[in-house]
Design a protein around this ligand. Structure first.
Ligand code: LMR
Length: 399
């Protein structure tokens, strides 16, 4: 039966985590998978999540509706688009709970494949999150990539972006990272987002936002949602938004996310929602309840919302501080190279610009784990390991 099944290599990021966990060396540093860690390198259960969990203790274990917990969908949609979004008032929004960001991308992709008959290509950035291509190619889309970031300058390649948008066939789907581009940490400025939205509108393209880092990028959720709200609320564009509460509430394992479609009319929104419902019923029947209850408990309570804002600020400030500490240490150690990108890029990740050989040397000799592309998760740095890391990078670059 299985003679034709190929053996597929393990996922690079999860394999890196496995290698890190299996390394007995006490000096080891995990800069691989993007999960927030506190100043001691431990997973952080957000205080707001602890409080919300207390409030959901008595919840029963019945099935949720197929589209997910109604309060979660309502409050999370308002959170992402802004409470006053006219698309919400005009009932032009379809939403469904999803299995975190990846599940939301998958649902969005399945929906768009049905809507566009699979004729529209999907454009993803180069580089991008290692799972994007797989999510859309598996559905059957033709997937193209376009240069987002210039490795030499460590900055966004705006000309490449606008050229690609101008030359893509109408109805093409563009996957944008709403904030904190993964892996480059390079986001367009607000002015650049406005230009991108204009071209998307002129060319009749479909924007799909992967919104995994809202709130944790700058510490201010509304600020991080700028691009989404500009496209949808100010330009009146149709769009999909795939949001997740993994990074910004630390709910990684709970797989809690939301897919939101903004359509042209309430009739279209109802049709899209009914399709999302059918897809989910056929795949997982109905989504898990625990994470949705926690997020709802936070969003429906003003004081918990305020606590969440403080927790977001704690995480984003610690990440920004670690960027500065790493940069200062590299400068102090006279590490050869231009390290400005460490402080200029945003969010959890930064590409150091090291060769694969250097990355492997850091892993083998110093037990410092980062992706093969030399992307580091800044959240894995802390006051106890940042100097060690900077020294190891310096020695590796000098060799
Ligand atoms: C990452 O990019 O490291 C995270 O988003 C985790 C993952 O699933 O790849």
């Amino acid at each position: 039966f299985f003679t034709q099944v190929p053996r597929i290599p393990p996922d690079a990021i999860f394999d890196l985590t496995k290698k890190f966990l299996g390394d007995p060396d006490p000096r080891k540093v995990n800069l691989g998978q993007g999960t927030y860690k506190d100043e001691n390198g431990a997973p952080w259960i957000l205080p707001v999540v602890k409080a919300a969990k207390d409030k959901t203790q008595d919840a029963n274990h019945e099935y949720l509706p197929i589209l997910g917990l109604a309060t979660f969908r309502k409050l999370a949609t308002e959170l992402v688009l802004g409470k006053d979004a006219s698309a919400i008032a005009l009932q032009r929004v379809a939403s469904s709970q999803a299995l975190s960001g990846t599940g939301a991308l998958h649902l969005a992709g399945e929906m768009l494949f049905r809507a566009l008959g699979g004729e529209a290509p999907v454009y993803i950035t180069k580089p991008t999150w290692s799972n994007h291509r797989q999510v859309f190619a598996t559905i059957g889309f033709e997937v193209h990539d376009f240069k987002w970031y210039d490795d030499n300058t460590g900055q966004i390649d705006f000309e490449s972006i606008t050229n690609t948008l101008r030359n893509a066939p109408p109805r093409s789907i563009f996957v944008f990272h709403a904030s904190a581009h993964n892996p480059s940490g390079c986001d367009p400025s607000e002015e650049q987002w406005r230009s991108i939205a204009r071209i998307v509108q002129e060319r009749g393209l479909f924007p799909l936002f992967d919104a995994a880092y809202l709130g944790i990028t700058s510490g201010d959720y509304d600020r991080d949602a700028f691009a989404i709200r500009h496209f949808i609320n100010e330009c009146g564009l149709q769009a999909a938004v795939c949001s997740s509460f993994a990074k910004n509430m630390g709910l990684y394992g709970e797989r809690i996310g939301l897919v939101t479609f903004v359509t042209q009319s309430s009739d279209e929104a109802m049709a899209v929602e009914s399709t999302l419902e059918q897809i989910t019923r056929g795949e997982i029947s109905n989504p898990p309840a625990f994470g949705a209850r926690i997020v709802s408990a936070v969003l429906e309570d003003e004081s918990l919302r305020a606590e969440w804002a403080r927790n977001l600020s704690t995480m984003s400030t610690r990440i920004a501080d670690m960027r500065k500490d790493l940069f200062n240490a590299l400068i102090k150690l006279h590490a050869p190279g231009d390290w400005r990108r460490v402080v200029e890029q945003r969010g959890m990740f930064c590409i150091l610009g090291l060769s694969l050989e250097q990355v492997l040397h850091l892993r083998e000799k110093y037990h410092i784990y980062m992706a093969d592309t030399s992307r580091i998760s800044i959240a894995g740095l802390n006051p106890s390991n940042v100097w060690y890391t900077a020294e190891a990078i310096t020695k590796t670059v000098q060799d």
